[in-house]
Design a protein around this ligand. Sequence first.
Ligand SMILES: Nc1ncnc2c1ncn2[C@@H]1O[C@H](COP(=O)(O)OP(=O)(O)OP(=O)(O)O)[C@@H](O)[C@H]1O
Ligand SMILES: [Mg+2]
Length: 234
Amino acid sequence: MLEVSKLSAGYGAIPILHGISLAIGEGESVGILGHNGMGKTTLLRTLIGALRATGGTVRLNGQDITRYAPHARARLGMAYVPQGREIFPALSVMDNLRMGLVKTGERDLRSIDALLEDFPRLKSLLDRAGGSLSGGEQQLLALARALAGKPTLLLLDEPTEGIQPSIIEEIAHTLALLRERMKLAIVLVEQNLEFIAAVSERVVVIKRGQIGGEVPREHLGDLQIMSQYTGVHG
Ligand SMILES: Nc1ncnc2c1ncn2[C@@H]1O[C@H](COP(=O)(O)OP(=O)(O)OP(=O)(O)O)[C@@H](O)[C@H]1O
Ligand SMILES: [Mg+2]
């Protein structure tokens, strides 16, 4: 469904991504591993259209979306949870969820009640300010908000960063559930080896703005071998 071909992007005159090619099938979950500063966030920002591609193409279900604005991509079914989550700290949890509904424009929406069925932990937090939640709760909120527009492709940037293990497990469980039910494809950027192995069918490694190889499927669960491929220690 997503075809990325020779994609390049950067900041000002500084190139960061150097010809990334990647294909993701409908409902497929692909992990992207890489050290700090290798271009993971830059890749996701280019895929969602927050950053302009300087070369190459992005196609979604055959349609060339390389020049589309983020809201147009959202309407076509892409959702993005940025690194650091970026919820609205002063707004209540409920209003944060409502913002998720607004952002997706004309698309057929899930109701907030339906959303909360998949995020039971948020039910008792609806009146709290987003900024008063724990990091893990904020991540769940950001994820729920991203799913309000029933996306078919979810881009996740380091969802486990700074989060306690019990909520990491909850997020992995929720993602597995949603993938099954919504046929959701996922591009997951992570440095947590255990989480990426649990959530992804396939893991590629990004090095200095290029795809530096793929971890063979049989090695996904083996943290020691994974860390040798990637130089990332889980
Ligand atoms: N707004 C910006 N302006 C200029 N350079 C930037 C900007 N954002 C990122 N960079 C640079 O681009 C490179 C890739 O950054 P990016 O954020 O994509 O890395 P990352 O793999 O997501 O790292 P991390 O694991 O720390 O999140 C880095 O050298 C970074 O300093
Ligand atoms: Mg990053």
